[in-house]
Ligand binder design. Structure first.
Ligand code: APR
Length: 188
């Protein structure tokens, strides 16, 4: 599914984010930035050791105590098609999301987009942050994710050529597709 908002294409696809050919892809990281499972594990294993080396440097300099939830940092893409990886940390939920968790998840998307803009990046892929190991409710997380991205597009018209959500399964894809349709109907 894809929609045009001004000059920006917002697209939803089913796939593996490590294969995405956008300039940047976003990693659903943890505060250590030392890798993990899910998206994090896939990006580090497909992207190669150079990404971890850059993450270690970030930990030694910018974030000695770890990357706080909602913040974002950037590394190269290593062996990936993407030139850059933006690492961000979503909130850990216990199912349904509190207002604070929604705000932190929104910050993760917004700070990733802001960092992409600073680096003159025009196309970016997101996974469904915090809906795997971090157990946030998929439907609520999808609404926060999509609304944050749409708001950012409207505040930065024609900056991004494409913002893509790469969703790993049919199930999560349909959750995002339904949420996007609901948001767009409301905003018609
Ligand atoms: N491409 C796209 N989406 C993927 C991929 C992939 N290669 N692998 C997993 N996913 C999906 C999951 O199915 C889920 O819908 O990404 C979503 C986020 O899941 P996680 O990767 O578990 O991320 P998150 O819930 O944010 O948890 C982050 O998990 O891997 C660790 O180090 C990471 O501690 C951090 C935590």
């Amino acid at each position: 599914m894809e929609v045009k908002i001004g000059g920006t294409t917002l697209s939803l696809v089913i796939g593996d984010i490590t294969q995405a050919d956008t300039e940047a892809i976003v990693n659903a990281a943890n505060p250590s930035l030392m890798g993990g499972g899910g998206v994090d594990g896939a990006i580090h294993s497909k992207g190669g050791p150079s990404i971890l080396q850059e993450c270690k440097k970030i930990r030694e300099t910018l974030y000695p105590d770890g990357l706080p939830t909602g913040e974002a940092v950037i590394t190269s893409g290593g062996n990936l098609k993407a030139k850059y990886v933006i690492h961000t940390v979503g909130p850990i939920c216990d199912g349904f999301m509190t207002e604070k968790e929604k705000q932190l998840l929104s910050n993760a998307y917004r700070n990733s987009l802001t960092l992409a803009k600073i680096h003159n990046i025009k196309s970016i892929s997101f996974p469904s942050i915090s809906t795997g190991a971090y157990r946030c409710d998929k439907k609520e997380a999808s609404k926060v994710a999509l609304q944050t991205v749409i708001d950012f597009i409207k505040e930065n018209p024609n900056w991004f050529k494409e913002i893509r959500f790469v969703l790993f399964t049919e199930d999560i894809y349909h959750v995002y597709k339904q949420s996007l349709e609901e948001i767009l109907n409301v905003s018609d």
